[in-house]
Design a protein around this ligand. Structure first.
Ligand SMILES: [Zn+2]
Length: 104
């Protein structure tokens, strides 16, 4: 029974509510328009719209919300990395990506 269980001060019920909001946003015209350009917010590369995933700039587990201002389109590679890396490692990854794209 994990209903109503609290993890390290993060309110699980609140996270569930924000996830639900994100799920609804994913079906909205706003999101469809956002991914129709096919640009990953992080690496800036071009993808097919269906290859882009929804990502929270501030993760829900760290108090982020599903407001439009906190949601970006991300390619799967960036999304996976963001999940796996520590915040400072992620910053370094972003630096490398943007340095590389400038040299091209
Ligand atoms: Zn990307």
């Amino acid at each position: 029974m994990s209903e109503g269980f609290y993890f390290d001060g993060v309110d699980e019920a609140l996270i569930r509510q924000e996830r639900d909001k994100a799920r609804k946003l994913r079906k909205s015209g706003w999101w469809q328009k956002k991914i129709s350009g096919g640009i990953c917010y992080y690496c800036g590369r071009q993808f097919k719209p269906k290859e882009l995933t929804m990502d929270h700039l501030t993760p829900l587990a760290r108090g982020g919300t599903s407001n439009k201002g906190n949601i970006v389109a991300s390619c799967k590679e960036c999304n996976n990395r963001k999940k796996q890396l520590l915040p400072y490692e992620w910053d370094e990854y972003m630096e490398v990506i943007h340095r590389d794209s400038k040299e091209e």
